[in-house]
Design a protein around this ligand. Sequence first.
Ligand SMILES: Cc1cc2nc3c(=O)[nH]c(=O)nc-3n(C[C@H](O)[C@H](O)[C@H](O)COP(=O)(O)OP(=O)(O)OC[C@H]3O[C@@H](n4cnc5c(N)ncnc54)[C@H](O)[C@@H]3O)c2cc1C
Length: 439
Amino acid sequence: MSKLPEPSVKSTPYWWEDCIIPPQPVRGIDPTCDVVIVGGGYTGLSAAIELARAGQHVQLFDRQALGHAASGRNGGMASGSIRPGRKELVKRFGEARASGIAHEGKAAREDLWRFLKEENIDCDFHLSGLFDGAMTVDEAEELRRHAEFLHRTLGIEAFTVDGSEVKNYIGTDLYVAGLVRKDIGGLQPAKLLAGMIEVASSAGALLHENTAVLGSSTERGGVRVQTARGEVFARKLLVCTDGYTDGFDPWLRKRLVPVRSRIIATEQLSPDVMDRVMPARMMHGDMRKLSYYYRPSPDGTRILFGGRDGTTEGDPIAPTVHLQTELARLFPELAGVGLTHSWFGYVAMHRDMVPRMFSSGHTVYATGYCGSGIVWGRWLGQKAAFKILGDREQSRSAFDFDPPPKAVPFYNGRPWFIPLVYSMYERHDRKMLRERKKS
Ligand SMILES: Cc1cc2nc3c(=O)[nH]c(=O)nc-3n(C[C@H](O)[C@H](O)[C@H](O)COP(=O)(O)OP(=O)(O)OC[C@H]3O[C@@H](n4cnc5c(N)ncnc54)[C@H](O)[C@@H]3O)c2cc1C
């Protein structure tokens, strides 16, 4: 049985225990510049690095202290996943774009590894591999087809395991099979962000934190941007606000749904327990609708277990209890284990669940990573920068779309339907588990 979390469970990310992002010096705002970037997560910083290195005068604004949004509080699984499966992508966008998306996934992961090495960013990165669990024969078959595609088309080391072999990767009876892929790793997300802040600053980008962008209007030759500390006229505006998009851009807000994702961290577990439950010390996910993801901490001493939160206001206890229950379903010996942290942040979903960049007038957008933005944020931030620089070759991307014409139906920025969707998904997962037990 899961017990109620102790009141001592912290609501701040586990990552902040060994990485405090230093406050940025408060600087004056230049009234003109080449590019204003809104949002200081992986996307905005990635773009800032590329643009500043190309000699552009860049000012980046974030309404919070840097590191407080998704880029400083995520699961650290550097996967570059795409939510819709390949079949769905081909159906929606055609073979060429679907294939471009798959190839860019590989290029984007490799680009991130190269970036960490070249810039000397110490963020506990480890190419651990990922195990994706299947609970049913149908899911196992889907994973087998996916492994074949990854291996045959992209040359990625990927294969499926079943039966007793599963236990070499994860100590649970929940999965009948699993996909193992070796091209995915884990890192300490706040350390990655701290590293990117340092690189962007050294490249000459001006980083203004705790300074909200309040609005913008097109003028001849550029965009006038209103911030909480004064106005700036810029040749281009780049919007990288993802799940934290607020009323400053009402048009984007109607096209991007913020969804809470939550992570719990267990207390330290003994090496014996870790060896039993996570013998391969990989990144993990499964195919349930509610998308659980989990991993060992970088030092291998505890488990970080994440999933959708389902709430939209306050910080209620129910989502933490739900994750504890799911952790215990996966690893019964962890029922009742203590927690040290439980925190949430926002991920952003487009209507079709595919990340993208697009432009409208003097404004470029890079958003909508659907909970998988470590690889994509860095990648699309760069692509957006190349677009602004007018570099047609380097900005080419399968994620370059027209601006989404349609808003999310019945949505004006308040995601009232999240609890409904969450309970629908929960019912679906419960039914699947019941039917699996019967068969
Ligand atoms: C709990 C959790 C777990 C996750 N796990 C993973 C994972 O394991 N792997 C993975 O790949 N991805 C994961 N993600 C997703 C990933 O963290 C995000 O996709 C990624 O960090 C997005 O980066 P970003 O730079 O686009 O946006 P963010 O890092 O969210 O930054 C957006 C910034 O925009 C700022 N902003 C918004 N409006 C304004 C305004 N008007 N003026 C100024 N600033 C503004 C915000 O303050 C914020 O700092 C997870 C996310 C969460 C929340």
